[in-house]
Write a protein that binds this ligand. Structure first.
Ligand SMILES: NC(=O)c1ccc[n+]([C@@H]2O[C@H](COP(=O)([O-])OP(=O)(O)OC[C@H]3O[C@@H](n4cnc5c(N)ncnc54)[C@H](OP(=O)(O)O)[C@@H]3O)[C@@H](O)[C@H]2O)c1
Length: 436
């Protein structure tokens, strides 16, 4: 019996597109056995036709526009691996869905910005939109939440979703451990030289890439429309070696944490550096690795860890979506049909309640700590511990405080008052302490 062939239109032949071409070539027979169909790249589209690529794409048709690839009658499924929330990638995905062709993409920016509208378009055209590779690279998080955990009500999802930030924070931690503390800018520059950080690292280090991924995960976990603009986002630029050192002294590790939690009838989505207990599983997710922890009401916590980016892991996730398609597995892309997605009211960050680490640079003289404590007391923020490394009286000295649970709004007001004290020499540094 002759096997079916599923003809792929591959757009983008960079890191991920190249990885997909290689994986499909190397596992040609294995995939045919698993799918009962051959997965073959029939046509491609990228920016520069003359570029030397060294990919197994001999004899494959080249298209000059996204529309031409989408409308090619010899293409059964479009794989978008170009990137960007708008422009060519969006044009291609919309054109393919409009003519009823399934789309597989790794593009988190596109799904975070336009996911709900694109899912609606896919449903209207009776086709599918798949984006496993858009969150946590090779870790099958979307599938786990949407299918493996479908029997549970999900209370919270948290994780480490940006490998660049995790690499930088891990290197800073290793520097402290080795007695050679390194500052953020130094480690970032080295990460760029090694290719772990982009030439323009803004999307990664300011938390926006992680926010895209969290917004997508939130939608799948809670069955709500993707709501990127409600994600509270802070990056890791202000983390210094001294904070890493104090965190380790206090039994914590600093991570760029992504958290989505249902609260007070709404949902709070946040991306920010956080201190997590050195005993939590997430504290040991180091380097470029990602992790996602889900909390289901029947299953309890589930931990997923693996490589969150790179040619191989991301291609693995893209091809998993292609295999689902070939097997005829169809599920609503966010777990429920678009008209049943809810719109959960966003809970503002000011309503967050948790513990805090505060680092101050103060003049070492009597009464300074009492003044700081009074500012906290006036906002009902209670101090749990204090660390002060004394120097000579009259000199600047760092003071570190940790608090019991307090509301973010109260803490923010207290810090504003502390910053105005004449004895506080630098703006206070605050890092949230997360009990996971
Ligand atoms: N890299 C990762 O580890 C990773 C992980 C998860 C998700 N993703 C996502 O996967 C997607 C692709 O990422 P990547 O790292 O593979 O990017 P990349 O290496 O920069 O490759 C981008 C590809 O898109 C093509 N392209 C760019 N602009 C184009 C345009 N205007 N018209 C036509 N083609 C254009 C490029 O063509 P030329 O080759 O001709 O320049 C290139 O082949 C992005 O959405 C990214 O967020 C990446």
């Amino acid at each position: 019996m002759s096997e079916r062939t599923i003809r792929i239109g591959l757009a983008g032949l960079g890191t991920v597109g190249g990885g997909v071409a290689k994986l499909l070539d190397r596992h040609r027979d294995l995939l045919a056995q698993r799918c009962g169909a051959r997965l073959e790249v029939g046509a491609v589209f990228a920016r520069d036709r003359a570029k030397r690529r060294d990919l197994p794409l001999a004899g494959v048709r080249w298209h000059e526009s996204p529309e031409a690839l989408a409308s090619d009658p010899q293409v059964d499924v479009v794989v978008e691996l170009i990137g960007g929330s708008d422009g060519v990638a969006r044009t291609l995905v919309e054109a393919a869905l409009r003519v009823g062709k399934p789309v597989v993409t790794a593009n988190k920016a596109l799904i975070a910005h336009h996911g709900t509208a694109l899912a609606r378009l896919a449903e209207a055209s009776k086709t599918t939109l798949s984006f496993e590779a858009s969150v946590a690279g090779g870790i099958p998080t979307i599938k786990a939440l949407r299918e493996g955990l479908a029997g549970n009500r999900i209370g919270a999802v948290h994780g480490i979703l940006n490998g660049t930030c995790n690499y930088i924070l891990t290197e800073m931690q290793e520097g402290v451990r080795a007695g050679k503390p390194r500052e953020f800018a130094d480690v970032l520059a080295e990460s760029q030289r090694l290719g772990y950080a982009e030439a323009d690292p803004t999307m990664d280090i300011d938390g926006h890439d992680a926010a895209h991924k969290l917004a997508i995960l939130t939608s799948v976990a809670f069955g709500c429309a993707v709501d990127l603009k409600s994600v509270h986002v802070e990056g890791i630029r202000h983390i210094s070696a001294v904070d890493i050192e104090y965190a380790m002294t206090l039994g914590y590790r600093i991570k760029l944490l992504c958290v989505s939690r249902s609260a007070a009838g709404g949902i709070l989505q946040r991306v920010h550096p956080a201190m997590v207990s050195e005993r939590s599983p997430i504290a040991h997710v180091d380097g470029v690795f990602n992790a996602v922890v889900t909390q289901g009401d029947f299953v309890g916590p589930s931990v997923f860890e693996g490589r969150g980016a790179g040619e191989g892991p991301t291609a693995s996730a893209v091809v998993a979506d292609l295999v689902d398609l070939a097997r005829g597995l169809r599920v609503p892309c966010f777990g429920v049909p678009v008209d049943r997605l809810t719109t959960l009211p966003p809970v503002p960050m000011a309503h967050h309640v948790g513990a805090y680490y505060i680092r101050l640079m103060v003049v070492d003289r009597p009464g300074v700590i009492a003044d700081v404590a009074a500012c906290l007391r006036d906002e009902q923020v209670s101090v749990e511990s204090m660390l002060q490394r004394s120097r000579n009286p009259g000199e600047a000295v760092p003071v570190v405080l940790t608090t019991h649970d307090a509301s973010e709004a109260s803490l923010t007001r207290a810090l504003a008052t502390i910053a105005r004290l004449g004895t506080v020499l630098e703006p206070p540094r605050m890092i949230r302490i997360e009990s996971l």
